[in-house]
Ligand binder design. Structure first.
Ligand code: ATP
Ligand code: MG
Length: 554
């Protein structure tokens, strides 16, 4: 596992480049962009890219544009646009401008005409199969298309007719005229435009030719005067084409920099795979709390600052690696420990009768969060009948069982010490009721009993108990790297990733629970209210367990 970096961390390699560019006077201000394709919901990998791009702007007093890279009309949708905006805001970032690559379609069309006029682009009649067949291999040059030397006039005419919808899909393409022998396969006359009779979520039916990524991305960067265009490593070979287009068009010289994708074990991150999980109902939706999406993490109860902290600790590097999901859980736990309200919820109840309690009700005030002195207390009713967790009682306990057993004493959290003096069984011999005495002098915060007990149990008053539903999550995949296993990644889905407890018993303070509250259920974990909750029925997602499986390397 990656070492935990100390505070006052050094700059990552992209930040170092920018720092140098500012110091050398190459730039006086920095403009980055985050360029999602609106074809799915954002995931943890995008969070890393967002933290990097927006983080740079914050650190160096620059700005970040949000640009939807919407050049592929077939897979894109406004639902995704909205979710992406919501997720970025939730993560805590603000963009300077909201742009769409499709806003530049007219400009890009002009650029294409400029390349044709310069003799740098031509209309090709070859099919995509033929183009692929003539591309050559990394060690053998490709062949020139028979249409490569069309006249400028013919190219201009054909390209205009492509735009006018006179040809079928696949019948013609626009290609850059670069070098069919280049060792970089992407420079072997790459496609710039293809025909697609598809409705675009913003431009409607205005266009039937659409620019390829390589003829949209760099140009969009340039139109916006992006100084540092940061993308993931698989775009390294595209950089030469990025620079070629800028040089040939003579436009603002944005520069591309690459960093390694963020990978996390026990999950998949490509939108294509996440979409399959949604469409094939392996999860309830993009925001299923088991999904590595930002919306899934939000619904589960992860906090924006914990996710930012994780991205920071995972770091930015030039080499691919797989991060441990427990690092993220560690960050989540660390924050939730500071901010969550402590509550008691019994998942699997057994009844305890306090036989010597005379009062009908004792009001206890129990602190909301010992980590936060301003969090105050809540009222918790103590009554003759309470629930404790079934597993906290044993009739014949082994040594060192410090919970409840005949003749043994425990403290009830925030309340009193009780001692078990009798049990009631059903006809099959199962314990159904535990009878205890309480020690009135042992009240928490004012304990004059002088008694010492080892165990402290959570509990809930029976007449005041509120039934709630609990959803506990495990990892979505059974194996560390479902991407690299044989066969389909979906074969490795963990069939037990969701465990529902339809009725658990919660203390009455939940009646005032707010959607935004994070809770620690004592001895159970951190929980967050699910959006399926309503006034009659509260549902809680387990955000993360209490136990920390993350070990800091010495
Ligand atoms: P996916 O393969 O999941 O669909 P993508 O790269 O196609 O990802 P885009 O919407 O095109 O997704 O990406 C928007 C930005 O987020 C890009 O700059 C991309 O490089 C970055 N990004 C996507 N996935 C990751 C990741 N795992 N780690 C870091 N950055 C990522
Ligand atoms: Mg993409």
């Amino acid at each position: 596992m990656e070492e935990i970096k100390e505070e006052g961390k050094s700059l990552n390699f992209v930040e170092e480049i920018i720092d140098n560019d500012l110091k050398s006077g190459k730039y006086t201000s920095i403009l980055t962009r985050f360029p999602p394709e609106p074809n799915g919901y954002l995931h943890m990998g995008h969070a890393s890219s967002i933290c990097l791009n927006f983080g740079i702007a914050q650190k160096f007093g620059g700005k970040t544009n949000l640009r939807f890279d919407d050049t592929n009309p077939v897979t894109e949708d406004t639902e995704y646009v909205e979710s992406i905006k919501e997720d970025i805001k939730w993560l805590g970032f603000t963009w300077a401008n909201e742009f769409y690559a499709s806003d530049y379609f007219d400009k890009l069309y002009e650029y294409a005409i400029q390349l044709i006029k310069q003799g740098d682009a031509y209309v090709d009649d070859l099919s995509s199969e033929e183009i692929a067949a003539q591309k050559g291999t990394p060690t053998e040059p490709g062949q020139h298309s028979p249409y490569r030397d069309r006249s400028t006039a013919e190219n201009l005419d054909l390209f205009a007719r492509m735009k006018a919808g006179e040809f079928n899909e696949g019948q013609k393409t626009l290609r850059a005229k670069i070098d069919m022998a280049s060792s970089n396969m992407l420079l072997r006359d790459p496609l710039l435009y293809r025909i697609k009779f598809a409705h675009h979520h913003r431009t409607g039916d205005k266009w039937c030719i659409y620019p390829m990524y390589d003829f949209a991305h760099g140009q969009s960067d340039s139109i916006e005067n992006i100084t540092h265009s940061i993308c993931t490593l698989e775009f390294i070979p595209h950089r030469a084409l990025y620079d070629w287009c800028i040089e040939k068009l003579g436009i603002y010289p944005s520069h591309q920099y690459e960093f390694a994708r963020l990978n996390v074990n026990y999950t998949v991150m490509s939108k294509r795979k996440l979409l399959q999980l949604v469409n094939e109902r392996h999860v309830s939706g993009w925001d299923d709390p088991r999904m590595p999406t930002i919306s899934g993490m939000r619904r589960r109860g992860y906090t924006p600052s914990a996710i930012r902290e994780f991205c920071d600790r995972a770091g930015i590097s030039k080499r691919e690696k797989i991060n441990d999901i427990s690092l993220l859980e560690f960050c989540v736990r660390e924050e939730l420990n500071k901010i969550s309200l402590r509550r008691m919820v019994v998942f699997d109840p057994i009844k305890v009768i306090i036989t010597n309690l005379e009062e009908e009700l004792i009001h206890l005030a129990i602190e909301n969060n010992p980590e936060d002195e301003h969090s105050g207390t809540r009222q918790v009713p103590f009554t003759k009948e309470i629930y404790i967790e079934r597993e906290d009682f044993m009739e014949h306990p082994p040594k060192k069982f410090f919970r409840l057993a005949p003749g043994q004493s425990v403290r009830l959290k925030g309340a009193f010490i009780i001692t078990c003096n009798d049990i009631v069984k059903d006809i099959e011999g199962n314990v159904i009721e535990i009878h205890c005495n309480y020690i009135p002098e042992s009240r928490s915060g004012n304990d004059t009993s002088g008694l010492k007990v080892q165990g402290t149990l959570h509990w809930v008053s029976v007449p005041f108990a509120t039934p709630v539903e609990i959803r506990e999550y495990e990892r979505l995949f059974k194996v560390e790297n479902p991407n690299s296993e044989e066969g389909d990644f979906k074969e490795y889905i963990n069939p037990e990733s969701l465990h529902i407890i339809p009725i658990a018993y919660a203390e009455p303070a939940f009646k005032e629970a707010k959607q935004e509250n994070h809770f620690q259920f004592l001895r159970k974990g951190y929980f967050f209210m699910d959006k399926d909750s309503n006034n009659e029925h509260l549902v809680f997602n387990r955000t993360v367990s209490l136990k920390d499986s993350f070990t800091k390397k010495a």
